[in-house]
Design a protein around this ligand. Structure first.
Ligand SMILES: Cc1ncc(COP(=O)(O)O)c(C=O)c1O
Length: 403
């Protein structure tokens, strides 16, 4: 029998490296802890914003190493609340990457300010040189995204922000449990925002959180998330133009259970990602996100990998078709940088924006593998590396196939 490594690619009719009998870990994960916690809330009759929300906020602040945590019903609303709490609004600019989920930029629009896109560097995160060029007297904040869980160069971004006298709002919606030089994600800048949506590494289906060491900012975020109320004041006392983006007790109970697993899962993902970084990084034309010794613990929401067509030997589309047929579920990244989305085309003013690094990721080279695969075994990681090596060995045949 011809081994699958040497045989024909599965996408061209050969046997796959990994058959359907080998399942990948599923997501979300839960057990009796979540079952009994949910039942406990149900039977308590107290379903709304109470002790369990407060308990989770304490746990999350401690986990990230922040003085305060204020929850919200999504990462999107948490970003909007932070911007509003900082008084950012019409006439102001916020520097954001163009390669991120839309919320990073749409939150800026929703407070009436203007997102200004700065390109990425090889990390898939904001390039500090491009940020420096984008700063104007109107810039009121820099909002880096730690893409896939990989920190931006926070030393340089913090220097730029300090020189300009503006805050950094970390969009840490992929970076739960990550550490930059020993500091938790969201605590390196002025504040950080997290998402607990279903696809995320800790989830209640939906949910979000803000962490900060700033007492006044935390108090304003608390008020804005809770109808403008103020601590210690009567229920129908409203001080600020707030909204209702509170978490429920059900969500908080789920999140506390999920958090109990997060540390172990973060370390497991990191160990497995190391196997992929070494194995895939050794294949000519495949480039994982670069490492940095300043990232003392790397969260992995996505395993991000560039397929460089010229060096690898076939297109990203061909690579993805082949990889999936071999049993490695991997996909192309966002199809467009945000400034090419209809939202920004309709707004106008973004026609001249060009971010070549982000455009290359979107159009040609970017792929991601979602985090739950990294909860698999070493053998699972070995399968991914073998698949990449097999595709590389057959890249010319794949290119010639016209797939
Ligand atoms: C980088 C980033 N920022 C913000 C968000 C928004 O979070 P949510 O989906 O909880 O609103 C997401 C969610 O996908 C995200 O990936």
């Amino acid at each position: 029998m011809v081994s699958s490594e040497n045989g024909t690619l599965a996408v061209l009719g050969g046997a796959p490296v990994r058959g359907p009998e080998k399942a990948w870990p599923s997501w979300p994960q839960f057990d009796d802890a979540e079952r009994s916690a949910l039942l406990g809330v149900l039977e308590s009759g107290k379903w709304f914003y109470g002790d369990r929300v407060a308990a989770f906020e304490g746990e999350w602040a401690a986990f990230q190493g922040a003085r305060h945590c204020v929850t919200a019903n999504s990462g999107t609303t948490a970003l909007e609340i932070v911007l509003q709490a900082m008084g950012i609004g019409p006439g102001d600019e916020v520097i954001v990457p163009p390669f991120t989920f839309v919320a990073t930029a749409s939150a800026v629009l929703r407070v009436g300010a203007r997102p200004v896109f700065a390109d990425l560097d090889a990390t898939w995160c904001l390039d500090p040189d491009r940020v420096a060029e984008a700063l104007t007297p109107r810039t009121k904040a820099i909002m880096p995204v730690h893409f896939g869980g990989r920190f931006c160069d926070m030393d340089r971004l913090c220097d730029l922000a300090a020189d300009a006298g503006i805050p950094i709002i970390e969009d840490a919606c992929h970076a739960w449990g990550g550490h930059w030089k020993g500091k938790g994600a969201g605590t390196v800048g002025k504040c950080g925002v997290f998402s607990f949506q279903q696809s995320k590494n800790i989830t209640a289906g939906e949910g979000g959180a803000i962490v900060t060491d700033d007492d006044a900012l935390a108090a304003m975020c608390r008020s804005l998330t809770n109808c403008g109320r103020a601590a210690g004041m009567p229920w129908y006392h409203h001080e600020n133009p707030g909204t209702n983006v509170r978490l429920t007790e059900f969500q908080a109970a789920l999140l506390s259970c999920q958090l109990a697993r997060l540390e172990e899962q973060t370390l497991r993902r990191e160990r497995n990602a190391m196997i992929l970084n070494n194995g895939l990084g050794a294949v000519e034309g495949l480039i994982p996100q670069p490492k940095s010794n300043r990232i003392t613990r790397r969260a992995y929401h996505l395993f991000c990998l560039r397929v460089v067509e010229e060096a690898f030997g076939c297109t990203r589309t061909q690579f993805l078709a082949a990889a999936n047929a071999e049993g490695w579920p991997v996909s192309a990244v966002y199809p467009l940088p945000l400034y090419e989305q209809p939202l920004f085309r309709k707004l106008g003013g973004y026609e001249g924006v060009r971010c070549p690094v982000a455009e290359d990721l979107c159009r040609r080279s970017g792929t991601w593998t979602t985090h739950e695969k990294l909860l698999g075994t070493e053998e699972d990681m070995g399968d991914i590396v073998r698949i990449a090596e097999k595709i590389k060995a057959h890249a010319a045949a794949l290119r010639a196939s016209g797939l």
